[in-house]
Design a protein around this ligand. Structure first.
Ligand SMILES: [Zn+2]
Ligand SMILES: [Zn+2]
Length: 275
């Protein structure tokens, strides 16, 4: 079977002993060794180093740090994007990429969740002890950590803060005339339990894709790559924006296949019947 003659991957990670990714792949029959590399140069959550390129590109760049250092046929890495959507809801999009060393074929598992702890507040002139209490409570300290950053990044961020007193110490030691400080979630995976859950979901998505093989070449990773809009409404029969088909593609050969969605759109979700 193409690509899986050897279920062996090197996971490139920072601070990690494999986190959630390695155990999940191991239970799916893979051998995973961990290569600890400082990936901070590719971007940090503190904002001290800005990320360049798309999350997918950054994840692939991380995985390729194993080139020349590992004889494993596959390299593995992950990258997350934590943001707030326009409604202020926390949003975590996680990618786990598996790069086939010899061919460069790349499989991507992904997961999106709003169920992630993400707090952040600037310490301004109206700052009070009770606001710090409130922030620590929302930060879910214990399962999560905080960091203190300078808004202009003129001093290095202090992260991994597990207790309120550590936050207070960092604030005191980092404060300087004219400097604006911000307290925010330290989202590094080993310090954020809720983020690890989303990385786990992305890993399971990758494992699902690995178990799906191409009908033409038997390569692993045959999976949907695109939704084709145009599913019809059950009442007016006009096409809507909902997918009428999913386009599946093989990462190893040119084989593609459309699978039709056997359904209609309820008029309540039809832009023509219910504008
Ligand atoms: Zn194929
Ligand atoms: Zn309709």
């Amino acid at each position: 079977m193409r690509g899986t003659s050897e279920y062996r991957a090197t996971l490139v990670t920072h601070h990690g002993k494999g986190g959630v990714i390695a155990p999940l792949l191991q239970s799916a029959g893979w051998t995973v060794d961990v290569l600890d590399r400082d990936t901070d140069a590719l971007g940090t959550f503190s904002g001290d180093v800005e990320r360049r390129g798309s999350p997918r590109d950054v994840a692939i760049t991380k995985a390729l740090l194993a080139s020349g250092e590992s004889a494993a046929p596959w390299f593995l890495a992950s990258e997350g994007s934590l943001t707030r959507d326009p409604w202020g809801l926390a949003r975590d999009h996680e990618l786990v990429v598996l790069v086939h060393a010899a061919s460069g074929v790349t499989l991507v598992g992904e997961a999106l969740s709003h169920d992630v702890v993400l707090v952040g507040e600037e310490v301004n002139s109206e700052w009070t002890d009770s606001r710090l209490d409130d922030l620590c409570a929302r930060a879910d300290l214990g399962r999560h950590h905080l960091m203190v950053v300078s808004v202009t990044h003129d001093v290095p961020a202090r992260g991994g803060l597990a207790r309120r007193v550590e936050v207070e110490t960092a604030l005191r030691e980092m404060s300087a005339p004219g400097r604006r400080l911000r307290i925010q979630s330290d989202c590094r995976a080993h310090l954020s339990a809720s983020r690890r859950e989303v990385i786990g979901a992305a890993t399971r998505d990758l494992i699902r894709k690995l178990s799906s093989t191409c009908p033409s070449c038997a390569g692993v990773g045959f999976s949907p790559v695109e939704a084709v809009e145009g599913l019809r409404c059950s009442q007016c029969y006009l096409p809507t924006r909902e997918p009428r088909a999913h386009l599946w593609a093989c990462p190893w050969c040119d084989f593609r296949r459309e699978t039709l969605v056997e359904a209609t759109v309820d008029p309540s979700r039809c832009p023509w019947c219910n504008p």
